[in-house]
Write a protein that binds this ligand. Structure first.
Ligand SMILES: CC(C)(COP(=O)(O)OP(=O)(O)OC[C@H]1O[C@@H](n2cnc3c(N)ncnc32)[C@H](O)[C@@H]1OP(=O)(O)O)[C@@H](O)C(=O)NCCC(=O)NCCS
Length: 227
């Protein structure tokens, strides 16, 4: 699928990941051999399966194991994934896993962040700890129950996407980035914004509901609007 801003996103399920590892390159096979915790191993594999196919599509490669093995995904020192095709830098890439699902977004340039979350209730203490007052007000505009759960997870996911675009992740306080949803909607996507309190930059992106999952993509940054 493609966001209205042109970012391509691949969403995969664990049942689609091949049992054989011919689609991994030698460095990735070595990494996999060192992953002993079953959940981490499964998450990593699913994320690589989504990412390598997204990058292969970007590079106009096929999806055979030998084509996918030409795509290398390497973690940068900060943990952000970086894509290579035949050892040359590829597109900007972001990866997320959630339950049996994974998503990978690719774009020609950053900032880019994507996040996939299963819709679930968050308790009040968690909401108070991680969200700003404005975000809590946006949640309260929805009726308690599934609509509010979805709005809460959507705002959380938008914050995670922005923190990935910043390459900081949860090293930053999640209340330093404030998410809101916009009125714009296009082909099943809704617009979102995330403002970084540190410098007033506003990230822009899109979200969509995928049958109990929320996908968010932050794919650009408007000029600073600090008052
Ligand atoms: C980025 C972060 C918020 C993702 O949280 P998560 O609950 O694992 O969520 P997701 O499944 O959506 O995302 C995981 C992916 O985020 C990406 N990622 C990790 N660190 C990232 C960073 N600094 N910037 C951008 N993307 C990052 C990776 O691709 C990772 O998947 P992979 O390791 O299989 O390649 C979290 O990993 C984080 O805060 N990392 C930085 C701090 C850190 O390194 N902590 C060590 C672990 S406690």
């Amino acid at each position: 699928m493609t966001t209205p801003g042109g970012t391509r996103v691949r969403v995969v399920h664990e049942r689609d990941v091949p049992a054989a590892d011919a689609w991994l390159d030698p460095v990735e096979r070595k990494t996999l051999a060192g992953l002993h915790v079953p959940k981490r191993r499964a998450d990593w594999l699913r994320g690589r399966w989504a990412a390598k196919r997204a990058v292969a599509h970007w590079a106009r490669l096929g999806e055979s194991p030998s084509d996918l093995a030409r795509v290398g995904i390497r973690p940068a020192p900060d943990g952000a994934p970086e894509a290579f095709v035949d050892d040359r830098p590829g597109p900007v890439l972001s990866i997320s896993h959630s339950g049996p699902w994974a998503a990978a977004a690719v774009a020609p340039r950053g900032p880019l962040g994507c996040d996939l979350e299963e819709v679930r209730p968050l308790d009040d203490a968690t909401v108070d700890l991680f969200f700003t007052e404005a975000e809590r007000a946006e949640m309260r505009r929805e009726a308690a129950g599934s609509a509010r759960d979805q709005r809460t997870i959507l705002l959380w996911s938008a914050k995670e996407s922005a923190l990935k675009a910043l390459r900081a992740g949860l090293r930053r306080d999640t209340r330093e980035v404030e998410a809101s949803t916009g009125r714009e909607a296009e082909a099943g996507w809704g617009s979102l914004r995330v403002r970084d309190d540190a410098d007033g930059r506003v990230f822009e992106g899109w979200w969509r509901n995928l049958d109990g999952l929320v996908l968010t993509v932050v794919e650009g940054c408007a000029p600073s609007r600090r008052e």
